[in-house]
Design a protein around this ligand. Structure first.
Ligand code: FES
Length: 112
């Protein structure tokens, strides 16, 4: 598995979602604690700019419509079909690493 970096952990501000593209797939990467990071799909049902949302109490709140997702899991109370896909990651030598193959294969299967 060849993981790639989406940025340096120490450059991420706590509770500030950041938009990242991997394999041309929009992601939102959030540092929400001293060592906690989440990597979620960056497009929700109503909005393409999840990364412009806010974090409050480990909840990612979408920009316009107040839809809420648990920042770690991507789960929302609105039902499974609305959840944001969570992707695996590692923090190694201050870099947040993701698996581009995992992201690409999930996105391709979603588009079928
Ligand atoms: S605004 Fe993002 S799911 Fe509704």
């Amino acid at each position: 598995m060849n993981r790639i970096s989406v940025g340096r952990f120490s450059n991420f501000e706590i509770n500030t979602p950041v938009a990242v593209k991997v394999e041309n797939v929009d992601l939102v990467v959030t540092r929400y604690g001293e060592r906690e990071v989440s990597v979620l799909f960056g497009k929700c049902r109503h909005h393409d700019r999840v990364a412009e949302g806010q974090i409050k109490d480990e909840t990612l709140i979408c920009p316009d419509k107040d839809c809420k997702f648990h920042v770690d899991s991507g789960v929302t109370e609105k039902g499974d079909s609305e959840n944001l896909k969570k992707f695996s990651h590692q923090i190694k030598f201050d870099y947040i690493l993701v698996d581009p193959e995992e992201i690409r294969s999930w996105y391709e299967s979603k588009e079928k």
